[in-house]
Design a protein around this ligand. Structure first.
Ligand SMILES: *Cc1c(COP(=O)(O)O)cnc(C)c1O
Length: 572
């Protein structure tokens, strides 16, 4: 073991976890959605489990963006400026990366994650805002997923090549595994190739070099949609990285049809590759038949995502759960009454927050449906409103409903923005029967309230586009059952009428929208809403099973444990 310059001990089994976004603190807008949340939960769970991990990401001084919605649901964006100086500790080390032939200087900031037993995991935030750099280079670590392809590729140079350089400067000489959380950080493999050639240059990189780098890397892919892969034209790659690097990348198989494909690069240079659910593994195997694809289903950090009322309930019944999330299985010993009591409090906290943020007062007695996720086409946020009259009749006949929505559309995703406007139109059409609130600024803090405070968590993605999904796991930890299309984690987490309900009963990987719509209304009107109002004990029993069966498994402790067993330690 060696001491790093920052004072921590570098264990020979250190894992460097690279992610373009990390959601680690609600006051730091350094994430856009599920990928960043997952990174944060992974780092938190690694700290809990005593894993020797270091996180690497970009500082994102202007965050993703702050969302404003006008009365018609038109989204406008503002920078989410924050003050890193107040939340992070600066390192004194400086390194540089070459972008378009010029040297760009980097500094880094540290955020330390403390685990339950005191073990810590540092997270390194890379920053180019140094006076030595041109204004354009200084802005490279400003915007998460902002700018054009050119800006994006330069950011990926900072993350991959800059990240490895900074690790070395901080004393991390012996990193056993480089874990790429999505392809954005795949250029770290280029840094490892360069190191093998001891700075002599990349001109004589051969396939065997790629093989040596392969032994050191792990790749997690997060999307079954090829359009979601990070790709850059050859000319842009040459401009930013230079001819030698591009030749080296061609040698190791990073190009596909003259396009630099970060997924291909990561696939080619990783000893272990995984999807993020059982179904996603199957879908990924179909997409990448030439690579051995495994899976580790995602999980969420149990303590972080559990509301205070449920934390108190678990502390009373099985206090060991904080240290060992498997004890959540013992929730089976909680009476339905105690579950309902804790949920009532969580619901009250949510409704107070909705009133504070949106000025809308909802009723604690009315069944509340929640839907919050990135506003993008495949998530089909408007599926619930396919037949507004049918929905109204369910509320009139089976029992009253109210609905809470949230979600941001990427600034350039016009389809996503149109979806938000359609939800506003549905709210108008439902006005006299079903109150519907669309909350601005879906973030980690609001996510916590929503997933724990609603009575039913709705998920309607177009199959097979949902790799995993994690918000339903947060809901399960708080006893909130899901009503979801059978895609992503729900294929394995769903037991009908026990942990929640499915939309459609087909195990086919592709959606049949009209059958899904019919099933959605049937389940709501004939099964779920009647049970909620007429058999509250039965409903509380489903809530309890969501915790005992799904909460005990779909947590980040189990996920990190599986990465250790399958990806970090044994896969060589
Ligand atoms: C959990 C979470 C997500 C991801 O949820 P999905 O179900 O995977 O879409 C996105 N954004 C926020 C703020 C979250 O808390």
């Amino acid at each position: 073991m060696a001491k790093t310059m920052s004072g921590s001990i570098v264990h020979p089994l250190t894992v460097a976890y690279f992610s373009m976004e990390v959601g680690i603190n609600p006051a730091m807008p350094t994430y856009s959605g599920g990928l960043g949340m997952l990174a944060g939960d992974t780092l938190r769970a690694a700290a809990d489990l005593g894993v020797h991990m270091v996180g690497v990401t970009l500082l994102h001084r202007k965050g993703y963006f702050r969302q404003h919605l006008d009365e018609r649901g038109n989204q406008t964006e503002n920078p989410a400026v924050w003050e890193p100086e107040k939340l992070l500790e600066p390192f004194t080390q400086r390194v540089s990366v070459t972008i378009e032939g010029r040297a760009v200087q980097l500094r880094a900031w540290s955020y330390v994650v403390h685990g339950v037993t005191g073990h810590t995991v540092p997270v390194i935030f890379l920053d180019t805002a140094l006076p030595e750099n041109s204004p354009w280079d200084q802005a490279l670590t400003d915007h998460l997923y902002g700018g054009d392809d050119h800006y994006r590729l330069c950011q990926e140079v900072v993350l991959g090549l800059g990240g490895v350089a900074m690790l070395r400067a901080l004393g991390y000489q012996k990193v056993q595994t480089y874990h790429m959380n999505e392809g954005h950080s795949a250029l770290l493999t280029l840094a490892l190739l360069e190191e093998r050639h001891e700075k002599k240059g990349l001109h004589d990189v051969v396939k065997a070099d790629g093989e040596a780098v392969r032994h050191r890397c792990v790749f997690t892919t997060h999307t079954p949609v090829p359009a979601g892969f990070d790709k850059f034209p050859l000319s842009l790659a040459k401009q930013v990285l230079g001819d030698e690097a591009v030749n080296a990348l061609q040698t190791v198989g990073a190009f596909h049809d003259s396009v630099l494909n970060m997924t291909n690069l990561a696939l080619s240079l990783s000893r272990y590759v995984n999807g993020v659910s059982m179904r996603h593994e199957e879908v990924s195997r179909g997409m990448f038949p030439n690579y051995p694809i495994n899976s580790v289903t995602n999980g969420v950090h149990a303590v972080f995502w559990t509301s205070l009322p449920f934390q108190r309930l678990y502390d009373n019944h099985f206090p060991e759960w904080r240290n060992d999330n498997l004890y959540l299985r013992y929730a089976i010993s909680c009476s339905p009454d105690t579950i309902m009591e804790a949920h009532k409090e969580s619901k009250k906290d949510l409704l107070t927050e909705v009133e504070r943020r949106a000025g809308v007062r909802l009723s604690p007695e009315v069944m509340t449906i929640g839907f919050a996720r990135r506003a993008t086409a495949y998530k089909r946020a408007d599926l619930l409103f396919t037949d507004v009259e049918r929905l109204k009749s369910i509320a009139r006949e089976a029992g009253p409903l109210q609905i809470i929505y949230a979600g941001k559309a990427h600034p350039r995703d016009e389809g996503g923005k149109a979806l938000i406007r359609r939800i506003f139109q549905a709210a108008e059409a439902l006005r006299d029967t079903i109150p519907l609130v669309y909350m601005e600024e879906y973030d980690m803090a609001l996510g916590k309230y929503l997933c724990s405070g609603v009575d039913l968590w709705l998920n309607t993605p177009l199959k097979p586009d949902e790799a995993s999904g994690t918000s339903g796991m947060k809901a399960a930890l708080n006893g909130v059952p899901s009503l979801s299309v059978l895609d992503g984690w729900w294929v394995e987490g769903h037991i009908e009428g026990v942990t929640g309900w499915s939309i459609g009963d087909s195990s086919e990987p592709e959606s049949d929208p009209s059958r899904e719509v019919a099933s959605l209304y049937d389940k709501l009107g004939k099964v779920i809403v009647p049970m909620f109002y007429k058999q509250p004990d039965a409903y509380a029993t489903v809530m309890r099973s969501a915790i005992a069966i799904n909460g005990s498994f779909y947590n980040a402790q189990r996920m990190v444990f599986q990465y250790m067993k399958n990806a970090y330690i044994h896969a060589h």
